[in-house]
Write a protein that binds this ligand. Structure first.
Ligand code: PLP
Length: 400
């Protein structure tokens, strides 16, 4: 299996063996911190694909096929030579730069190696037995997984038909919430929740509960960012990551933005990880790049719209995504589509059982989306019969 990115020289078999080992060790680490992330879901899924074609198209983990921008790559190279030392001055520079760009005091910003770890820490900090997580459904699952590890209840509230978080139903869903989790835009649907709904939630939530706004995909969308609510000392935590628009998923860099008392409660759950020097330098370079957000937002939107136009012409319904992922109603069991697509060389996202006929697709390059269209058409032309199931079974272990 070969990923289409720079420096991927591993052999098929090697990578599969390593994928398996990584998936196993990720799972162990996930249990230890009470968290799970898109990377771990993807590796857990990919380890089954031992008989799949060489040039897989990866539309399964909401990564950015563009990778880091040019300035970030140059900064990373410099960072490699400096990696013999901790260089915590870059954490300070990153913090100060982000704070000044967003009207925050630096003590409201904390770098982490990605946003998955602080998301888990938020649950551990704000929830526990009798103090639950309330989130949207379908939604990004790790907060619910972490809740299990600390015996906190988790309530999943269906999104509205437009795909927004139903904040009124979320407030009604729990009498003792510790934390409301809103990914805006949402994963897996890519749909957005309005600023007025978020303000309503803040005004009407039980006191003591915290609203965690996961803005992993915010740059792709027209949704209003909510960092100013943090600056105004509301009960809000905003999570940001460099994994999505900035194309640095494998480099590991994220930011937690919160009032210092909330940040302390989050950091106290296990301490933030020191971030890799190349990642911090690339993060700084990305934030200084005045063009990258608008440019990549447009690239993603153009490819997404082209795919939507094709899906609409074929009669498929899909979510009104403003992010780099969306869901299609395939009107057949999700797993059969995932497996069929894998056999056509295209990996797509995992199933969300509450939507048993939807599949999640990550927006790739125009060429990758052309491969997606060809593969999807072939899969959808194939009836889901017992013999098709046997055929897929004979070539993969996915149904096991
Ligand atoms: N939050 C959401 C909503 C995501 O979809 C993801 C990854 O897909 C993350 C957080 C985690 O990103 P990372 O740990 O790479 O920053």
């Amino acid at each position: 299996m070969k990923r289409r990115d720079i420096g991927s020289g591993s052999s098929h078999l090697d990578l599969n063996r390593r994928s398996f080992l990584r998936a196993a060790s990720f799972a162990g680490a996930a249990v230890a911190i009470g968290g799970f992330s898109e990377a771990q879901f993807a590796f857990a899924q990919a380890r089954h694909h031992s008989l799949l074609p060489e040039n897989m198209v990866f539309l399964n983990a909401n990564e950015n096929p563009l990778g880091p921008c040019a300035a970030a790559r140059a900064a990373m190279l410099e960072g490699i030579t400096q990696s013999g030392r901790y260089h915590d001055e870059y954490a300070e520079e990153l913090t100060n730069l982000f704070a000044s760009q967003n009207g925050l005091k630096p003590e409201y910003v904390q770098p982490y190696a990605g946003s998955s770890q602080p998301l888990a820490y938020c649950v551990l900090a704000f929830c526990g037995p009798g103090k639950g997580v309330v989130m949207g459904a379908p939604g990004y699952e790790p907060a619910a997984f972490t809740a299990k590890t600390c015996d906190a209840p988790a309530a999943s509230v269906a999104l509205t038909k437009e795909g927004a978080h139903d904040v009124r139903a979320m407030v009604a869903a729990s009498s003792s919430p510790g934390m409301y989790y809103i990914a805006n835009p949402n994963n897996p649907t890519g749909t957005v929740t309005s600023r007025s709904d978020i303000e309503w939630l803040l005004a009407n939530k039980p006191s003591g509960s915290i609203v965690v706004l996961d803005e992993a995909y915010i740059h792709f969308s027209d949704a209003t960012p909510c960092i100013d609510l943090v600056a105004a000392d509301k009960d809000v935590v905003v999570l940001r990551t460099f994994s999505k628009l900035y194309g640095m998923a494998g480099a590991r860099l994220g930011l937690v933005v919160a009032r210092p008392d909330l940040l302390k409660r989050i950091n106290d759950r296990g301490g933030f990880t020191f971030c890799p020097v190349p990642a911090m330098k690339a993060g700084i370079a990305s934030l200084k790049d005045a063009q990258v957000i608008a440019l990549r937002k447009k690239i993603n939107a153009d490819v997404r719209q082209e795919t939507f136009a094709w899906l609409a012409s074929q009669g498929y319904a899909f979510t009104a995504s403003q992010a780099n992922c969306f869901m299609i109603d395939a009107k057949r069991p999700t797993q059969s589509v995932i497996d069929g697509m894998a056999l056509q060389g295209v990996l797509v996202g995992r199933p969300w059982p509450m939507w048993p006929t939807h599949v999640r697709i990550t927006v790739g390059t125009p060429e990758e989306m052309a491969q997606f269209r060809t593969a999807f058409q072939k899969v959808m032309e194939t009836p889901v019969t017992a013999s098709y199931r046997r055929h897929v079974l004979s070539r993969t272990t996915l149904f096991s």
